[in-house]
Write a protein that binds this ligand. Structure first.
Ligand SMILES: [Zn+2]
Ligand SMILES: [Zn+2]
Length: 476
């Protein structure tokens, strides 16, 4: 019996038939010979090269070389609809593989092809998947020559009628759709002399984009959104993602670059509670010459906030405002007046305190003189500790308290008064120790911290009192 013929034999035989132009014998041979007895690839190749396309297609279909069948159908018969129908009848996985190789289908019959893709990915079937079809992202290359169709398709899957995929799968497709939409939007917006219907389309796409972005709140998706929107200049999406990711500096930078005082104020209001320094940055930008002119209203609002939350000292604000060529004293008068009132109030409070302290010191000095120069009478008859009648030996303290000698503690202090005095003494010692620590002070200064504040702190400890300075010199 004839085994499967060698490729050369098949080729030779078929070539003879085609040379003789003996179509009927050729047809007869292919119809009657079982496919297992000749080499399929060679047969199709010879038939094609002799322009017997019908026959080649027939053989390809009969022997299960579907890719060849689809190729010949597309190249020779240009019958796209029929080809799509044929692909539908194949197992999904195989149809997907063939479709990826025959992208021309999308060019010639986009509608049918999109329907085919939906069918292959089982988007339309309600039932649970029966056989393993290709995933949508595997089939995306089919759209590579026709991005508008891809946009339509992905919109239909992710956006228009709600998301038709499980969230994890949808999130993989989301960046592709987002980029397509954002690109379309920027093309519409940048079109010169944009007509009103074009603007309408742009704002409708913008609304769709925001709706899409809000569906994917994960950090990875937001980072993607941020990148795509920044690259293609879709400002609303960029602001949304940056705010969600707490990338406040990106937003400030954008406002600085675009000199957009309105949005700057908006950023401060929305993100200020999380980062108060934004207000300070906003003020120094608005006051700088780079911000351009006409931001007085925004500047006053920023000043109001800085004043309410006490974010900057007055001197720093004045220093900042000095940079502006536009701001006059009149513009910031309410702020300055309020600040001066506050200063005056605080000065008055301090003066009151200092008067109190001076009186206290005078009283104490008087008391010391009295203790040194005047006799003190002790008329207590009862011990302050146990309450019994005093007997000799008794101990009298200058504070006016008297005790039995066995009622006084061994350290020789008045039990009534020392409990109040001890914490103060230890605080004083602590501060003196801190004041003597010159090394820490210079470290702090060199560390680039707020120098004035550091001086203030160490003044409080008495670091610059004459005694301590002498101590330091001795140490050196
Ligand atoms: Zn006492
Ligand atoms: Zn006693």
């Amino acid at each position: 019996m004839l085994e499967m013929a060698e490729a050369e034999h098949t080729a030779l035989l078929l070539k003879c038939y085609t040379k003789l132009k003996d179509f009927s014998t050729l047809e007869e041979f292919l119809r009657t010979t079982p496919p297992s007895q000749y080499d399929h690839a060679t047969a199709i190749e010879v038939l094609e090269s002799a322009s017997y396309y019908d026959l080649a297609a027939e053989v390809a279909q009969k022997v299960g070389r579907y890719d060849d069948y689809v190729r010949i159908s597309l190249e020779q018969f240009k019958n796209c609809s029929a080809t799509v129908e044929f692909l539908r009848s194949l197992p999904r996985a195989e149809a997907g593989r063939i479709l990826l190789r025959r992208r021309a289908l999308m060019r010639h019959a986009p509608k049918e092809t999109i329907a085919l893709v939906r069918h292959l990915c089982e988007l339309d079937s309600q039932a649970s998947p029966t056989e393993q079809g290709p995933a949508i992202d595997e089939l995306l290359p089919v759209f590579v020559d026709d991005l508008p169709q891809l946009e339509v398709f992905l919109r239909s899957v992710l956006l228009d009628d709600g998301c038709q995929l499980p969230h994890s799968k949808a999130e993989r497709l989301f960046p592709t759709l987002l980029e397509l939409l954002v690109k379309s939007h920027s093309e519409l917006v940048s079109g010169e002399g944009a007509a009103s219907d074009q603007q309408e389309a742009a704002s409708s796409i913008a609304a769709d984009i925001m709706r899409l972005i809000r569906q994917y709140p994960s950090d990875a998706a937001l980072a993607n959104t941020l990148m795509v929107c920044q690259t293609h200049g879709f400002v609303d999406g960029f602001f949304y993602a940056a705010e969600k990711l707490h990338r406040h500096q990106l937003l400030m930078q954008w406002c600085f670059e675009h000199k957009d005082a309105g949005r700057l104020l908006d950023v401060c209001k929305r993100c200020g509670p999380a980062d108060q320094s934004l207000w300070v940055q906003a003020l120094s930008f608005l006051a700088s010459p780079e911000s351009g002119e006409g931001h007085l209203e925004e500047m006053q609002e920023v000043l109001r906030h800085i004043e309410d939350s006490d974010l900057m000292p007055l001197l720093l604000v004045i220093e900042t405002l000095r940079n502006s060529e536009e701001v006059t004293i009149g513009d910031v008068r309410p702020y300055l007046q309020a600040q001066y009132r506050r200063l005056v109030d605080s000065v008055e409070v301090s003066r009151g305190k200092s008067t109190q302290d001076r009186q206290e010191i005078a009283r104490m000095q008087q008391e010391i003189v009295q203790l040194r120069t005047q006799a003190k009478e002790f008329q207590n008859t009862r011990c302050f500790q146990c309450g019994l009648t005093l007997e000799v030996p008794a101990v009298h303290f200058f504070c006016g308290h008297s005790y039995h000698s066995f009622c006084t503690p061994t350290d020789g202090t008045c039990p009534k008064c020392s409990s109040g005095a001890l914490p103060k003494l230890s605080l004083k010692e602590q501060r003196e120790a801190q004041a003597r620590n010159a090394e820490d002070f210079f470290k702090y200064l060199q560390g680039g911290g707020d120098r004035v504040q550091a001086m203030g702190e160490w003044c409080k400890f008495g670091a610059f009192d004459a005694d301590n300075l002498a101590d330091m010199d001795e140490d050196d």
